[in-house]
Write a protein that binds this ligand. Structure first.
Ligand code: PMP
Length: 298
């Protein structure tokens, strides 16, 4: 990924893709405090851009620093990056980190850097309604008083990367993480929904990332007349689920056809939401007024 043509926006200017480097003594590299976003470009526009920019600003604040850019400035920069990459369909990765002016752990005055890169990107799993298989991980999502779990911070992805690698080594597509109390939480990069008695059940965004796709899908479910229940779910409730799916910027609405030894069909609810989501993102997500506000927003 680092060896290709193109440009990356770094600290206020475009630099050649291969030269978008950071110093080995960067605070963010050593102590895990960098924050990032994952955004998707559909038809040349970033879906839910302002929500992603706002979450990046909030993530930095949760990690104890302020981004020297406002969410509105991030929106504008992101649009420039997408235009410079001439993208129709792709992925955008903004990332912010404390720099290398000091390796003191407590570094409130260290310089904060920001880079935004964008590149063409297909679905991470295959096109079409193929289900994926999850394996419950031995690694858990930490408690809200153990880690700043509202932040989309690199530190938390150390757990997900390990869980995902172990799942793949065992022949699964992704890991399912439980939370610190052993309740169903999320996959490595997506939120979890169970269909039980025709209703959607999903964990509240307490120990899981407050996904923008999750909120979008909750809004779309309302439009389809599907009740949504946000509550804590025990792993045994998977036995009652008639469908399981994941939601995320990269995953979109991704049906799950297996969790450990259990099997689930590719069902109607997942198919209806996959289709509704595909329409919503292509329409540019113009009307988001009916969607729930972010948890702990601001
Ligand atoms: N949970 C985790 C751990 C994630 O990394 C992501 C991807 N950002 C999600 C959930 C889904 O969030 P979103 O819908 O905002 O992409």
């Amino acid at each position: 990924l680092d060896d290709r043509d193109g440009v990356i926006w770094l600290d206020g200017a475009f630099v050649p893709w291969r030269e978008a480097r950071l110093h080995v003594l960067s605070h963010g590299l050593h102590y895990g405090g960098s924050v990032f976003e994952g955004e998707r470009v559909y038809d040349g526009r970033v879906f839910a851009l302002s929500e992603h920019s706002a979450r990046l600003v909030a993530s930095a604040r949760h990690m104890g620093y302020a981004l020297p850019w406002t969410a509105a400035e991030l929106d504008a920069v992101t649009r420039e990056v997408v235009a410079a990459a001439d993208l129709t369909d792709g992925y955008v990765r903004p990332v912010a980190w404390r720099g290398g002016d000091t390796l003191r752990l407590v570094a409130p005055d260290s310089r904060v850097h920001l880079a935004v890169a964008a590149w063409p990107w297909p679905r991470i799993f295959t096109e079409g309604p193929r289900g994926i298989r999850l394996r419950t991980s031995r690694w858990r999502r930490p408690a809200p008083d153990t880690a700043p779990i509202r932040a989309k911070a690199a530190a938390l992805y150390a757990i997900g990367a390990l869980a995902g690698q172990e799942a793949e080594e065992a022949g699964f597509d992704d890991a399912l993480l439980l939370d610190h109390r052993g309740r169903l939480a999320e996959a490595t990069g997506a939120n979890l929904f169970l269909v039980i008695d025709g209703e959607l059940h999903t964990p509240p965004p307490e120990c899981v990332l407050d996904g923008i796709t999750r909120r979008t899908v909750i809004g779309l479910a309302g439009g389809l007349g599907l009740p949504v229940v946000e509550r804590h779910l025990a792993p045994a409730e998977l036995d009652r689920a008639t469908e399981v799916f994941l939601t995320g910027t990269a995953y979109e609405v991704q049906p799950v056809t297996g969790v450990d030894g259990r099997s689930f069909p590719l069902g109607e609810v997942g198919a209806a939401l996959t289709e509704a989501y595909a329409r919503a993102v292509r329409a540019g997500g113009a009307d988001r007024s009916g969607y729930p506000a972010p948890a702990g927003a601001g």
